[in-house]
Ligand binder design. Sequence first.
Ligand code: CA
Length: 234
Amino acid sequence: MKKVLIVEDEQSILTLLKYNLEKEGYQVSTATDGREGYEIALSQPYDMILLDLMLPGMDGMDICRELRREKIDCPIIMLTAKDSEIDKIVGLEIGADDYITKPFSPREVVARMKAILRRVEKATSNQTEQESNEQIIIGDIVISPSLYTVSVKNVQQEVTPKEFELLLYLARHKGRILNREQLLQAVWDFDFTGETRIVDVHISHLREKIEENPKNPVYLKTARGFGYKLEEPK
Ligand code: CA
């Protein structure tokens, strides 16, 4: 389900948009204050952000600019009240993907959103094609992100999707100690607070698949008290 964040201080517009987007199958989060909207936008990835220009706390342009500075590249549509504001948005190059002037119909918003999402998906799939030959090699382990395969000494291993994602994340951060909360958030991505044992369980399963001696791992090391890291064998 695609996630959308709407930051809009006019309750009637917010309600109307939320209702219509949910009807279209989007999962909608909302904020009526600029600062709060900014924090929410940073807190988790969204597929789309609808951003009102004039907001209490922090205005839409500052939010957009700050999000881009934080390398949040999710599509942003600005909602503007006046035609004169369009010049500002276009002229200042704040990094928004589109703008819609009020009053607008929810249908128009949905159509614009879909057009942008299609564009993004196309760009992403082109990128994926280019990356399809990418392999991560660590010692005798070869990970192929696009094929979802892991082999050790040329023997393909049976891994579950979560085990694979965990291994890939560790491999992309090779040599770095990652704590359980980081791994939990990166791989399971929803709030599993206090359930960090699930990480340990997956680590031990992975060790059985990639280590010659799982009790004395040379790749997947435990950093006692901190977490885990994947490294080249010594
Ligand atoms: Ca407003």
